[in-house]
Design a protein around this ligand. Structure first.
Ligand SMILES: Nc1nc2c(c(=O)[nH]1)N=C([C@H](O)[C@H](O)COP(=O)(O)OP(=O)(O)OP(=O)(O)O)CN2
Ligand SMILES: [Zn+2]
Length: 142
């Protein structure tokens, strides 16, 4: 019997939430010190600051009754998020952010670009990062 009736007409979404901690400083090498201070304000403080980020990863649609096996998704998240980012200084430890400002928008793009290679084609729907309880960024690969 089919794992899910008329699957072709249905789209399911799953989310796996993963928290990770990292520190950073918002600073663009393309701007002067004064411009950096003006654009990024307190987040340009040379000492940096930390966040407990919370990321949510939505994957869509499949033929197996599972959108994607959550055990496989957990492994992808480990490789894409936890190993390179958790307990790291984003600006110093992650080569990508040596030239790209470590805003949450850019972090979402970084995670999308790396995650999209690891999951079956077309399944990654959205990266949503909670930088703080109030600051939330969504990126859908557009
Ligand atoms: N567009 C963006 N703006 C800001 C980003 C960002 O990634 N994208 N990041 C920061 C800082 O990193 C900062 O840590 C967040 O600052 P703030 O808004 O002050 O954080 P809170 O939610 O903790 O603020 P409350 O004081 O609790 O309101 C800044 N801007
Ligand atoms: Zn910050």
């Amino acid at each position: 019997s089919p794992v899910l009736a008329d699957m072709a007409e249905r789209i399911g979404y799953i989310t796996r939430v993963q928290s990770f901690s990292a520190c950073h400083r918002l600073h663009s090498p393309d701007l002067s010190d004064e411009e950096n201070k003006k654009v990024y304000g307190k987040c340009n403080n040379p000492n940096g600051h930390g966040h407990n980020y919370k990321g949510l990863y939505f994957i869509i649609d499949a033929e197996t009754g599972m959108v994607m096996n959550l055990t496989d998704l957990k492994r992808c998240i480990e490789d894409v998020i936890m190993t390179p980012l958790d307990h790291k200084n984003l600006d110093k430890d992650v080569p990508y952010f040596s030239t790209v400002v470590s805003t949450t928008e850019n972090l979402a793009v970084y995670i999308w670009d790396h995650m999209v290679r690891e999951v079956p084609e077309g399944l990654l729907y959205e990266i949503k990062i909670h930088e703080t309880d109030k600051n939330i960024v969504v990126y859908r690969g557009e």
